[in-house]
Design a protein around this ligand. Structure first.
Ligand SMILES: [Mn+2]
Length: 365
């Protein structure tokens, strides 16, 4: 198991990369669609949340662009493990089953081929119509640290989804009206079509696609269904197109917020199948629609127990801290992330020393 940070593209400066290495990361997950020219620092935005970041650029991620970023990352002694999330402009018609879905799926296939060509082994994605809509800012972590969570079903969750938007971004500023209702079956049909189109391409490119659960894991947001909102639904994803390239971005925080199941049971089940490509690890208190994201050592997830389970199944991918509360100091994001990384590094050492002690059966391999 390896440790990494998830960084937005605008953060890929020498300073952030040196910080990542100094804090103990060996790998990076890069969230590419952040419209970096509109956001000077990452200090006031939790990792993984692109809401309010402006309009998508529509830029295509060429092999030249990716190779340049990769060289810079590697010059700091780090490895580029994954890209996280498509730009909504690359595939909004795929998500919604719109008229341009065939055109867009070819773009998505090219992106996957480009990852393979450049040697980025994983593409994390979120097959989500409405993204992280509904979270609120809270002072709910230890010492009143600034964080995010949900405080019941609010107006943002109830408000209809505009046609102008996909995920949590504007994709067509000229569009008017609201999205037509979609059944849960239709959403799964759109997803199945996507998987059947792209998994063979990913297999050929040597890339693993890794699905994030639909965060926050409510059944419905903005009048539209959400895909994976209980742990068992991940199995349906895997069974749709069985392949090493059809894998999971195991977000422990989102799974712990789900109203059924257990994050440990889910880790065992999917690690035993070798289906976890990488792990988002943050701690939380509560379940949807009432939860708060907290520091890595204070929530309902026993992080050491979870890492011990993953280690027992010889999980060999990357763990990143996901979001973290921000600390009151001149560098709130850095302090929160360095704290989480230090804790994870120590917990991982303990898990590695205790391999075989968490009660997991050895994986058949
Ligand atoms: Mn996550």
């Amino acid at each position: 198991m390896k440790l990494g940070f998830g960084l937005y593209r605008h953060m890929l400066t020498d300073e952030y990369l040196a910080f990542a290495r100094q804090a103990g990361a060996t790998h990076l997950v890069v969230h590419m669609c952040d419209y970096f020219n509109q956001k000077p620092t990452g200090d006031d935005q939790p990792i993984g949340d692109a809401s309010g970041w402006g309009y998508a650029t529509g830029e295509f991620w060429s092999t030249e662009l990716l190779a340049g970023i990769k060289a810079k990352i590697e010059s700091h002694g780090l490895a580029w493990y994954a890209i996280e999330n498509f730009d909504p402009l690359h595939w909004d018609h795929v998500l919604f089953g719109g008229p341009k879905k065939r055109e867009q799926i070819e773009l998505v296939k090219n992106l996957i081929r480009n990852l393979g060509a450049v040697g980025i082994p994983v593409l994390g994605y979120n097959f989500s119509l409405t993204g992280v809509t509904g979270r609120v800012k809270l002072q709910g972590a230890r010492g009143s640290a600034a964080t995010v969570g949900m405080d019941g079903v609010n107006d943002a969750i109830r408000s209809p989804m505009p046609n102008a938007m996909a995920w949590n971004m504007v994709v067509d500023s000229h569009a008017t009206g609201t999205r037509a209702p979609m059944s849960r079956d239709q959403l799964w049909a759109n997803f199945a079509w996507f998987l059947r189109e792209v998994v063979p391409v990913a297999e050929k490119a040597g890339v693993r696609l890794a699905l994030h659960p639909d965060d926050p894991p409510l059944d419905e947001v903005r009048g539209l269904p959400k895909l994976v909102v209980q742990p068992y639904m991940y199995q349906r994803v895997l069974d749709l197109v069985p392949s090493r390239s059809n894998a999971l971005e195991f977000c422990a925080g989102t799974i712990a917020e789900m109203t059924t199941g257990s994050v440990y049971e889910a880790a065992r089940r999917f690690a035993a199948q070798d289906k976890i490509a990488y792990v988002h690890l943050r701690n939380v208190v509560g379940k949807v629609p009432h939860y708060t994201e907290v520091f890595i050592d204070e929530g309902q997830i026993d992080v050491k127990r979870l890492l011990a389970i993953l280690e027992d199944y010889r999980f060999d991918g990357v763990v990143i801290p996901d979001h973290t509360p921000q600390m009151n100091c001149p560098a709130p994001w850095h302090a929160g992330m360095a704290y989480a990384m230090g804790y994870l590094k120590s917990a991982l050492e303990t898990a590695t020393e205790g391999r075989g002690m968490a009660g997991a059966l050895p994986r058949a391999d």
